[in-house]
Design a protein around this ligand. Sequence first.
Ligand SMILES: Cc1ncc(COP(=O)(O)O)c(C=O)c1O
Length: 316
Amino acid sequence: MSDPAQLIQKIRAAFAPCTLGEWPTPLEQAPALARAVGLAELAVKREDRSASSYGGNKVRGLEFLFAGAAPGTTFVTVGGTGSTHCLATAVHAPKALGRAVVAQFPQPETPLARAVAAACAVHAALVVRSRTRGTLPVALLEAWRRARAFGPRRWIPGGGAHPRAVVGHFLAGLELALQVGSPPDLIVLPLGSGGTAAGLALAVAQLEWRTKVIAVRVAPLIVANRWRVARLARGARRLLARRGVPLPAPRFPRILDGMGRGYGYPSPDGERARALAADHGLTLDPTYGAKAFAALVQRGGRDMQRVVFWHTFALP
Ligand SMILES: Cc1ncc(COP(=O)(O)O)c(C=O)c1O
């Protein structure tokens, strides 16, 4: 296994990603919250603090998705009205000398989803909203067509789920290795479009960790599934191999269903977990973080005592 710090440098040199975030994101111990959940040790990987302009896990991927874009590029992407991926694309595109055009489908309105939608409307050059989820392709075509007026376009898949973005999430796993004394027993994260989980699947294999990874599915199976995580991880592995960074086969996470009634609908367990986290100063969102944290609360310590929780949501 190569030294994680050297590997990070080598990969950044090979891919020349944009610099949008501030790395490493902090790893914070949460001893009181650990006790409340019944764990010996709980550390929170603060991906929410990845950038002061607007953080969250999506910044990792965008650094690689924006790389090499000509100045003036319009990044066209898609997501729910409360999508932090859309907001992160819109906030960070100007740093790559570009702009964002987004197509959005309606999702359940929570105060946080509304705040994200409002911020996205401020930062994006154009937002095209569909009336229903079913008519999203029409909104997407319109967004793509209207983006042409701004100049060159680049498509960014929903959630930033692309093998190039997975390389960024892989670096997050390597970064974790530089922050812990020994591998944690368990990493818990939310599973949406799969890039974050795919990156960690590659990282735990590369680090030769026995750490168990639990990805809590918060989106419909058609979006969030093992097949997609595998496809993304294998794609990233091929990209890395082509740049002279061969990796072992990924070790896939266990996927738990935490969606409840549907994507974006707060769940009773999630809201209880969110309140508990808030009592300890941690702001989780109902769509992703709360449901993932609820799975950890339900699981408690059992055989796994040293846990890292992947905190992905940043407040606008
Ligand atoms: C706040 C937040 N957490 C977690 C995720 C899930 O990450 P991924 O799509 O890489 O599975 C998302 C995806 O949009 C997100 O916005």
